[in-house]
Design a protein around this ligand. Structure first.
Ligand SMILES: [Zn+2]
Length: 693
């Protein structure tokens, strides 16, 4: 049984989707050179092309076509090398992109509404998209059978999975059979029937996945299966996978955290495509930092690049660079397993809220669809950035895993524009608050059902302390549609004496309980080409009585409600939003488990784990400066850790990586503080404790 996927932290793919000779000849393929490359790159996971986007196989396929430049079964040549060096053999198979199959079988192509074939939208990569509702399904299943039976890979990676919107005869018939009306063709029809169209595509993908899993696990019950962008799919489909692979969508640090938290127990792997770039090399520090960010956030690192030349020789410079970064990972690898994340703040993630109120019609491409953002996803991203900025411990919590017991582990829960809030979740939140929990809720949370229809009132009206009246869109042409008139409160101590701007729209609410902490201020005028002709948005001018932020006390707990898109502000250049968040968190979390006091909150990040078996806290501190400066890594003092004495009885602290050294502990009333040593890119801090609460 292969359990390699649990600990293969150093992954790589020689990414070589290759046309036929004479462009890519592969005349100088040499197995010894490949072996040297793998050893130099210091990898323990290799993704191997079995079939690429061109539809060429790299093994002897009876049903497909081997790359014509190959003189032998290349996968068969590689396999013993991987076994020899204990490298996980991960078989790559391209599902929707297959130029060969689409050329030899035009009837297998995914069609647009006008009957012309769909290709990948990228101008330089117009891959032909096959539809697996046609007989292409049998073709791909036969190839997967050949691969799994013939080569026994440890794991299988399905690229370009999902189901693209297709108007072929079969897809049209299937839709009409299931929904009783024709598959919508116009922008208007697609927007109107967004739910049905997306559901039908998701169901098609789910069935395809089930069939693939049945087939490959029927041959090898131990094979581990994933597909690309797994973290961005809904939980019901994610849960069918053995492990999760995702390419970063919000930088390495935040994307890895998101993957870790949406793939608990699923050994997530994060693969940035912008780190290693053959011929156009990034500084070595960028490789080192990317690897550190990914493993620190609990994922396995994976890199990929076009390191194979057209004649089949390799770019050894790339192996050297990857090898250097992976040598660093190897030094702290023993700290990466058997540990549980520490998080005072939970950010609630909702598949239902992510699936409604998107912009425009259903994107045709499955990959574009899964990557498309919406209000909830944007708010969630903003909340992650803010939590990272304030340097408290935090994590994403999928709503399906949340009940009162899970909630009770958090000192603060964030409800970031959670459009639809189920009765179950609402009830659990009420109990959590009444028992002393604190919640920050923003935007239009709880104002929609899961079909995207607007409700009359907030589902959590009793918690947010106000009644929804309507949305104020009067100033929505202006990026700064409102300003905040902050009521003097301790929690705004980080904000200068001004009126911070907020986004274009806001909600008009009627206060019922609680205390108003900020009111909206109107701009001098709405933005029109006659009333306001200027370089900037109309400035604040008129105070209103409209509540913008309300703090409500219920039982032993507290709720802070923002009647505007608070968490999204961070993504849109509203610079004071994170300072406001800092005030809120400081106000609500009086005794954080662990917090980092750093003079460089935009550059220094940390994450903390507990290894209970060893009575150890394992902390990663990362300097993100190289990615902000194209590779410069000045050595700086990252700050001071503050650890709660109420939670752990701390014995000693040390730096385990890069240099081993004992760290002094300073004792305070409720906490201990530890001055961190100077940092270049990454350090691992070990703190031993005797007892815990
Ligand atoms: Zn089709």
């Amino acid at each position: 049984m292969s359990e390699r996927y649990k600990t293969s932290f150093r992954g790589y793919l020689i990414d070589h989707h290759s046309p036929d000779p004479p462009i890519v000849t592969l005349t100088k393929l040499n197995i010894e050179a490949y072996e040297r490359f793998y050893v130099e790159a210091n990898i323990n996971h290799l993704m191997v092309y079995c079939k690429d986007h061109w539809g060429n196989t790299y093994y002897d396929s009876k049903v497909g076509r081997r790359h014509p430049g190959l003189k032998e079964d290349w996968v068969a040549r590689l396999k013993p090398i991987l076994t020899k060096h204990r490298i996980e053999f991960n078989a790559y198979y391209s599902i929707e992109y297959d130029n060969e199959a689409c050329t030899t079988h035009p009837e297998w192509r995914t069609l647009k509404a006008d009957g012309t074939p769909l290709t990948c939208a990228l101008e330089t990569a117009p891959w032909k998209v096959a539809c697996y509702e046609t007989n292409y399904r049998g073709y791909l299943l036969e190839q997967l059978e050949e691969i799994v039976e013939g080569y026994q890979p440890d794991s299988l990676f399905l690229d370009i999975f999902g189901k693209s919107l297709c108007y072929c005869k079969v897809c049209r018939e299937n839709f009409e059979r299931d929904y009783g009306f024709p598959l919508p063709e116009t922008e208007k029809g697609l927007v109107e029937h967004n739910n049905e169209v997306v559901e039908s595509l998701n169901n098609s993908a789910k069935k395809m996945l089930e069939e693939i899993l049945n087939l490959v696990k029927g041959i090898d019950p131990d094979i581990k299966v994933t597909f690309n962008f797994a973290a961005l799919y809904n939980k019901d489909i994610r849960d069918q996978l053995d492990y999760q692979f995702t390419e970063p969508w919000a930088g390495n640090w935040l994307s890895a955290a998101y993957s870790r938290d949406t793939a608990v127990g699923q050994h997530p792997q994060l693969g940035p495509g912008d780190v290693s770039e053959v011929y156009n090399y990034q500084p070595e520090s960028i490789y080192e930092l990317a690897a550190a960010q990914i493993v620190a956030q609990g994922c396995r690192v994976f890199m990929f690049s076009g390191s194979q030349h057209p004649d089949g020789t390799l770019e050894h410079e790339e192996a050297r660079r990857i090898g250097k970064a992976y040598q660093e990972v190897e030094k702290y690898e023993s700290y990466l397993t058997n540990r549980q994340l520490i998080a005072d703040i939970g950010i609630i993630q909702s598949d239902a809220s992510a699936g409604i109120l998107g912009e425009g019609s259903v994107p045709a491409s499955a990959i574009a669809r899964v990557r498309a953002s919406n209000g909830h996803k944007e708010a969630l991203l903003g909340a992650m950035k803010m939590c990272d900025y304030v340097n408290y411990t935090w994590q994403i919590v999928p709503e399906q895993t949340l009940d009162l017991k899970v909630m009770s582990h958090y000192k603060l829960l964030i409800v970031p524009e959670l459009y639809c809030i189920s009765a179950l979740l609402a009830e659990a939140l009420r109990k959590y608050v009444s028992q002393g929990g604190t919640v920050i809720i923003d935007g239009k949370s709880g104002l929609y059902n899961n079909a995207g229809q607007k409700l009359k009132h907030y589902v959590l009206e009793d918690l947010v302390g106000c009644r929804y009246i309507n949305e104020n869109t009067f100033y929505d042409k202006s990026d700064w549609g409102s300003y905040l008139d902050l009521v003097e409160e301790k929690l705004w101590h980080c904000i200068p004496d001004t009126f911070p701007p907020v986004g274009p729209t806001r909600q008009l609410v009627e206060q019922q309980q609680g205390k108003v902490l900020a009111r909206f201020m109107n701009p001098a005028t709405e933005l029109t080409s006659k009333k306001w002709v200027n370089w900037w948005c109309p400035p604040p001018s008129i105070k209103t009585d409209e509540p913008a932020i309300i703090e409500n006390e219920i039982g032993k707990g507290k709720v802070l409600f923002c009647a505007f898109d608070f968490f999204k502000l961070e993504n849109k250049g509203f610079k004071l939003a994170k300072e406001m968040f800092k005030g809120m968190v400081g106000h609500f979390i009086t005794t954080p488990s662990i917090k980092l006091l750093t003079p460089y909150p935009n550059s220094i990040s940390f994450v903390a784990y507990e290894r209970q078996a060893d009575k150890q806290l394992i902390l990663h501190v990362v300097s993100n400066i190289p990615e902000k400066t194209q590779g410069d890594c000045p050595i700086i003092s990252p700050g001071v850790l503050e650890i709660s004495k109420l939670k752990w009885q701390i014995m000693d602290a040390s730096c385990a990586y890069p240099l081993e050294e004992t760290l002094a502990i300073e004792d305070h009333q409720d906490s201990v503080t530890i001055q961190l040593p100077d940092i270049r890119i990454h350090q691992v801090i070990i703190i031993n404790f005797d007892g815990r609460e």
